[in-house]
Design a protein around this ligand. Structure first.
Ligand SMILES: [Zn+2]
Length: 356
């Protein structure tokens, strides 16, 4: 099977590894799509992120126990996406405090079955997007994690967070001081963890080794790009020396991290500016996305390669999120069916055939 060389090269970012960030602080990469972090305290540990399945969480817990046998004292959720919360019960046994933003909202917790919503569509799209149903060999990479990884128990180990954080605050992680910072970005409920003494930042999915996932084609509401860019500027102001994201390998070194955070922010601002200028100039959306791209200087950054996020999809989402669905193509104001628009004669024949 032929694999895009850039996607293949990106596999090095999600190679299975337990990375030591500082004495007593580790990140598990490559055991699942998302990372899990552990901070060792005096008598207990803190887990940040809870993996994407109970199986992956069990394997990570096993690896972490080789480093310390101290029990888990608390879990911090950086956000509510299911690939970061599905193994919480494995780490917590449902009995330790779980911290999350007060805006935490999962589509798997307190679900109102009577609410009218297109609930099945995202599942179908997710299966296509992540190659679910393909063999491990065929499923090379979803772009943000290894393709070959355990799938058992996605969603099965979710535990509702009980410690909701309403404003930035200092918390004691059993002897390790941390600041929990509300930093909306990929989701409105993003909360990052900053260790000021060690200068380590756990940034969730607001920044990792790829173009920011401004729109996910499984079907996601508009992610406030302006708020996301502001959060990245705030995170850069912390001057981290280690950045450990929710996906891919940690980054070491203040200047590399500054470059990492600022280029991700620049990419978001470029999407916004390109979209706004094109729409203000009265250009049809199709023409904007067909002609615009990231500028040189950003496009050639290995860390801004377009997986899983994509520049053109992000412009469309910006237009939709700020101006709504109308794309300035008057033919879209009517009620033409897709086949009628593409091939009117075939459409007429099809309708005739249905009458008989
Ligand atoms: Zn994620």
């Amino acid at each position: 099977m032929k694999v895009h060389p850039e996607l293949h090269a990106n596999g090095a970012q999600t190679r299975k590894d337990i990375v030591c960030l500082s004495p007593g602080i580790w990140t598990a990469v490559g055991y699942a799509a998302s990372n899990v972090h552990m901070i060792e305290g005096s008598a207990t540990t803190t887990i940040i992120g809870a993996s994407e399945s109970t199986r992956a969480a069990s394997k990570i817990r096993e690896e972490f126990r080789k480093l310390t046998d101290k029990p888990v004292g608390r879990i911090v959720c950086t956000h509510s996406h299911r690939d970061h919360i599905s193994g919480a019960a494995i780490f917590s046994g449902e009995s330790v405090p779980i911290f999350a933003s007060h805006l935490f909202q999962s589509d798997l917790i307190d679900v109102d079955e009577t609410a009218i919503a297109a609930n099945r569509a995202p599942g179908r799209r997710t299966r296509a997007r992540f190659g679910i149903g393909l063999t491990s060999r065929e499923r090379v990479s979803p772009g943000c994690g290894p393709g070959d990884r355990p799938k058992e128990g996605p969603g099965a180990g979710i535990v509702k967070p009980g410690r909701l954080v309403e404003a930035d605050c200092i918390v004691d992680l059993d002897g390790v001081s941390a600041r929990l910072i509300l930093a909306p970005g990929e989701t409105a409920d993003h909360m990052v963890v900053w260790l000021p003494e060690q200068r380590i930042l756990f940034c969730g999915d607001n920044c990792h080794h790829a173009f920011p996932n401004l729109y996910a084609i499984r079907g996601t509401p508009y992610r406030d790009y302006g708020a996301w860019a502001k959060s990245l500027a705030r995170l850069a102001d912390l001057r981290p020396e280690v950045l450990s994201p929710g996906h891919a390998r940690p980054v070491f070194g203040e200047s590399r991290i500054q470059d990492f955070l600022s280029t991700t922010r620049d990419a978001i601002l470029h999407v916004m500016k390109t979209g706004a200028d094109g729409l203000d100039a009265g250009l049809p959306l199709d023409d904007i996305v067909a002609t615009e791209a990231l500028p040189k200087g950003l496009a050639d950054k290995p860390r801004l390669k377009e997986f899983p996020g994509k520049f053109s999809w992000s412009i469309r989402a910006f237009a939709e999120g700020t101006l709504g669905w109308y794309d300035r193509n008057p033919t879209h104001l009517g009620t033409l069916a897709s086949l009628e628009r593409a091939a009117p004669r075939t459409w007429r024949n099809w309708r005739e055939a249905r009458k008989h």
